[in-house]
Design a protein around this ligand. Structure first.
Ligand code: ADP
Ligand code: MG
Length: 456
C-alpha cells in the first residue's frame, strides 16, 4: 500500500508542478500577446503533463492546436525557457476528440429525454467549440458553472441576447456538459415554441397529467427562446407551475430569450421572487478577433482551410450576427468547390457581393435617414419628440431596423431617438413585428426598405 500511496503522491506533485509552470508561462504570455488574442486562444488551454523534456498542453479542439502552433509557438517556447530554465518541446492535445467519443457513448447510455419534436442536443454545440470573447465571457462562465453543479449555483440561469449570437449553442452546451459530468440525469432541451405545441396537443388529447409528469421528473430543463411566450398567458401559467415544482425540488432551469426578463412583463412578475437565487446575463455581438476565431474554428471543424486574410476579410464585414458569419463561410466554401478555385480574398468578395459587402456602409445614421426618406419625414423630426401618426410609425420602423440589422441594445436605440425609454423601443419593435404579419402592404414596404438599406 505504501508504494501505491507514494506513487499517488508523486503523481499529484507532478501535476502540481506542471500546473504551476503553465500558470507562470500564461502569466508571461498575457503581458506579451494582445489581450483579445490571449483571451481567445491561450486562456482556454490547460496543462496535461510535464515530462523531463516535454510539456503536454490540452486545447479545446484541433483547430486551436493549429492556430496556437502557427501564431504563438515562439512566444510559448521563450516563456517556457524563462520559467523552466531549459528548452522543452510543447505538444498540443485537442480535448474535443476524446470528449466527443465519450459523450456519444454516454448519450446512448443515459438516453436523455428528447422532446416530442425530436429536437436533440447537437454534439457540436459544446463549450469547447464556443469561442469566448469579451461579450460572452460572463454568460459562458455562468453556463459552465451551472452545468458542473446543477441547481447549486445560479438557478434559474437566464441568458439573453440578439439573433444569431449563440444562445442556442450555449444552452445546448450546458446540456452536453451536464451529461458528461453527471451520470444518469434526466435532462430536456426544448424551444418554447415546441413546448407550446406540445401543450396544445396535451390539452386536445386530454393528456395534461402526462405532460406535467414528463417535465416534473427532470434534473435539468433547458428552455430556449422563451420570448415566444409573450402574449401566451396559458403557456406561461403552465411553465410557471413546472418551473416552481422543479425549482423547489432543486432541479436546474436555464432560459434563453432575445430580451431581458423585465421585458417579458407577466413572466417577470412571477419569476421575480425566484430570480433572487438566479442570474440574468446577456450576450453581445462578438469583437473582431473573436469573429475571426469563430470563422477559423468553423472552417477547422469541417476540415477546411481558411487563410487568415480571408477570415479577416469576412469578419471585418459581418459584424452583428454569428449565424450570418457562418452563412458567408458556407457560401464561400461552396463557391470554391463548385468552381474549383482556391479560397482567396477575391473569391470571398465574389461570394459576399450580394450578401454583405453591404454590411459595411450600414450605420445607425444610414438606417434612420433611409427610413425617414421612405416615410417622407425629415430626419431631425424622426429623432425628435414630435408625434404625428406618420412620424410615430417611421420612428417605430427605424427602431425595428436598428435592432434587426445592427443588433443594438434597446437602450442604445432609445438613445438614438433623444433618450427614449427602452420599453418604448421594445413596444415599437413588437408593433412592427405584428404589423409585418397582419398587414401585407406594410410588410412589402418594410422588405423593400430593408433591402435598400442592405445595398448601402
Ligand atoms: P441564437 O440562438 O442566439 O440565435 P445560435 O446559438 O443558433 O444563436 O448561433 C448561431 C450560430 O453561430 C451557431 O452555429 C453557433 O454555433 C454559432 N456561434 C455563435 N456564437 C459562437 C461563438 N462564440 N463561438 C462559436 N460559434 C458560435
Ligand atoms: Mg436560438
Amino acid at each position: 500500500m505504501a508504494v501505491a500511496d507514494s506513487s499517488v503522491r508523486k503523481h499529484s506533485q507532478d501535476v502540481d508542478t506542471a500546473q504551476r509552470l503553465w500558470a507562470e508561462v500564461l502569466d508571461q504570455l498575457s503581458l506579451q500577446v494582445n489581450r483579445q488574442g490571449f483571451d481567445t486562444w491561450l486562456a482556454p488551454t490547460r496543462v496535461r503533463a510535464l515530462r523531463s523534456d516535454s510539456l503536454e498542453v490540452e486545447v479545446p479542439n484541433s483547430f486551436f492546436a493549429e492556430w496556437i502552433g502557427q501564431h504563438y509557438l515562439n512566444d510559448i517556447r521563450a516563456a517556457l525557457r524563462n520559467t523552466a530554465g531549459k528548452d522543452l518541446t510543447v505538444s498540443f492535445y485537442p480535448r474535443d476528440l476524446a470528449d466527443a467519443a465519450a459523450l456519444q457513448r454516454q448519450i446512448s447510455l443515459t438516453r436523455p429525454v428528447v422532446s416530442t419534436e425530436g429536437r436533440k442536443l447537437q454534439i457540436r454545440y459544446t463549450f469547447d467549440n464556443f469561442i469566448v470573447g469579451e461579450s460572452t465571457r460572463l454568460a459562458c462562465a455562468a453556463a459552465r458553472s451551472v452545468a458542473e453543479s446543477l441547481g447549486r449555483t445560479y438557478n434559474p440561469l437566464f441568458i439573453y441576447g440578439g439573433v444569431g449570437l449563440g444562445k442556442t449553442h450555449l444552452i445546448q452546451a450546458i446540456g452536453n456538459q451536464a451529461l458528461r459530468v453527471h451520470r444518469s440525469i434526466r435532462i430536456h432541451y426544448t424551444a418554447a415554441e415546441a413546448l407550446f405545441l406540445e401543450l396544445i396537443q396535451a390539452i386536445e388529447k386530454n393528456t395534461r397529467l402526462e405532460f406535467k409528469r414528463r417535465y416534473r421528473g427532470l434534473n435539468l430543463l433547458l428552455l430556449d427562446d422563451i420570448h415566444y411566450l409573450i402574449g401566451k398567458e396559458r403557456l406561461q401559467e403552465e411553465i410557471f407551475h413546472i418551473f416552481n415544482h422543479l425549482h423547489d425540488a432543486g432541479s436546474q432551469i436555464v432560459f434563453t430569450s432575445d430580451r431581458p426578463p423585465k421585458d417579458i412583463p407577466t413572466l417577470e412578475s412571477r419569476l421575480i421572487s425566484r430570480l433572487g437565487s438566479g442570474l440574468v446575463v446577456d450576450i453581445q455581438p462578438p469583437e473582431l478577433e473573436t469573429r475571426i476565431a469563430i470563422l477559423k474554428q468553423k472552417a477547422g471543424l469541417d476540415n477546411r482551410d481558411l487563410p487568415d486574410e480571408v477570415a479577416y476579410y469576412i469578419a471585418a464585414r459581418v459584424r452583428s450576427n454569428v449565424r450570418e458569419l457562418e452563412g458567408c463561410l458556407i457560401r464561400l466554401t461552396a463557391l470554391a468547390s463548385l468552381s474549383d478555385r482556391p479560397v482567396t480574398v477575391e473569391l470571398a468578395e465574389e461570394a459576399m457581393r450580394d450578401l454583405v459587402a453591404t454590411e459595411v456602409p450600414i450605420d445607425k445614421e444610414t438606417i434612420i435617414e433611409t427610413t425617414a426618406d421612405e416615410f417622407g419625414v425629415p430626419t431631425p423630426d424622426i429623432k425628435g419628440g414630435r408625434r404625428t401618426k406618420q412620424l410615430a410609425l417611421a420612428r417605430q420602423v427605424a427602431m425595428y431596423l436598428l435592432r434587426r440589422k445592427l443588433n443594438l441594445s434597446l437602450k442604445e436605440i432609445g438613445f438614438c431617438f433623444g433618450g427614449r425609454d427602452h420599453t418604448t423601443v421594445m413596444h415599437a419593435i413588437d408593433k412592427v413585428e405584428r404589423l409585418k404579419t397582419e398587414d401585407v402592404s406594410f410588410s412589402a414596404r418594410l422588405k423593400k426598405l430593408s433591402a435598400g438599406i442592405s445595398r448601402g
